[in-house]
Design a protein around this ligand. Structure first.
Ligand code: SF4
Ligand code: FES
Length: 360
């Protein structure tokens, strides 16, 4: 393994509060209430420490980070310290004055989630009436104010037919980047898997469309594509490798190697503000447990790809195989792979349309 540097990015999960109720939300099943959130002084300290550690980018995330009244102050501190600041938002609570303040504070990039291309689809999925129109309005303001825009579209059985229109929408909004991400089945998404799982044919069509549009829109729109894990042969390199690229700080201040790491039993997580970020990154047990390849079992341990995908996703291995040290079962070399594929194919044909929404 090459020598470990500092994290490239810090994910600052400022709050779990969110006006939307997407059925595939990746936040923990038990959300933290507003009273558990850390205050402005805490986050300013985290930003200072991250910059000193050598972090390059900060992603303000949630829940909905724009619900925090101190967001512009945090962005300003981050940009003053030389960090590239990105806001990951549902956009429905933003307006021109708030965006102008964020732009003034140095915000470079805004990523807005869209739940579809048609208001009826999108508002039903996010369970928020009027949300889609509001997102379009905010997206236009983002580019007018000179910030870069990413359109993020999580796709699944109930909106995949709108993928061509989602791509057109990203072009019309003058986005720099479109992220098309098939649902990743963690957290709340597991409760809605039968309502979300696409069938193989829909997946193949989406795959083809993305390849064609990547060619056609080269130089105009960059398209990132996250395939549906269960239909893949090889797993994704989750988080760019455990404890190698990213550190997440939860709304109550715990430092995690990925957003779902708390689902893994027997791992304990240090708190920022109590333990220095540098020490957490380089020395904590939680960040070292699955870092690199020495923890691996077969078939990963003797696989040529182990330094590329690092055995896939630990949280998915736990969810599907019951063992966070197992090979991610979406890998075709996992003994559980055929079961996962069968389950995906059977759920894709389920007669389930209603979502289980999370009531906060
Ligand atoms: Fe990756 Fe492990 Fe599968 Fe090899 S066996 S491709 S390292 S998940
Ligand atoms: Fe935790 Fe993939 S989400 S390692």
């Amino acid at each position: 393994m090459t020598e470990l540097g500092p994290p490239l990015a810090l994910m600052a999960e400022l709050t779990h509060r969110c006006p939307l109720q997407c059925p595939y939300c990746s936040n923990p099943l038990e959300l933290l209430k507003a009273g558990a959130e850390r205050d402005t002084a805490f986050w300013l300290g985290v930003i200072d420490e991250a910059a000193a550690l050598g972090v390059l980018q900060i992603h303000f995330s949630g829940g909905e980070p724009a619900l925090r009244p101190d967001l512009a102050a945090l962005v300003e501190r981050a940009t003053t310290r030389g960090l590239y600041a990105n806001l990951i938002t549902s956009a429905v609570t933003l307006n021109e004055a708030k965006l102008a303040a964020l732009a003034q504070a140095g915000l470079a990039h805004v990523q807005i989630s869209f739940q579809g291309a048609r208001p009826e689809t999108a508002d039903r999925i996010g369970n928020y009436r009027g949300g889609h129109e509001k997102k379009l309005e905010v997206a236009r303001l983002v580019t007018q104010l000179g910030m870069s825009l990413t359109v993020n579209a999580v796709v699944h059985r109930q909106n995949l037919a709108e993928l061509p229109a989602i791509i057109d929408m990203a072009v019309a909004l003058d986005a720099d980047r479109l992220e098309v991400a098939h649902v990743q089945y963690h957290g709340w998404a597991l409760k809605n898997r039968a309502a979300l799982m696409p069938d193989r044919q829909a997946f193949d069509q989406a795959d083809l469309l993305v390849s064609q549009k990547r060619q056609e829109l080269q130089g105009k729109l960059f398209i990132d594509y996250v395939v549906p894990d269960y239909y893949a042969r090889a797993p994704k390199t989750c988080m760019g490798g455990w404890g190698q690229k990213t550190m997440n700080i939860t709304p109550d201040g715990r430092a995690l190697p990925c957003h779902a790491a708390e689902t893994i039993p027997d791992l304990t997580f240090d708190r920022a503000g109590e333990t220095p970020l540098r020490q957490i990154w380089f020395e904590s047990v939680a960040f070292q447990t699955f870092r690199g390849t020495s923890w691996m079992q077969e078939p990963c341990a003797s696989c040529d790809l182990k330094h590329i995908d690092f055995g896939g996703c630990r949280c998915q291995a736990l969810a599907l195989a019951g063992d966070a040290r197992a090979t991610d079962p979406v890998c075709h070399l996992s003994p559980l792979h055929s079961q996962v594929l069968q389950m995906a194919e059977s759920e894709s044909g389920a007669d389930v349309r209603e979502f289980v929404y999370r009531r906060v």
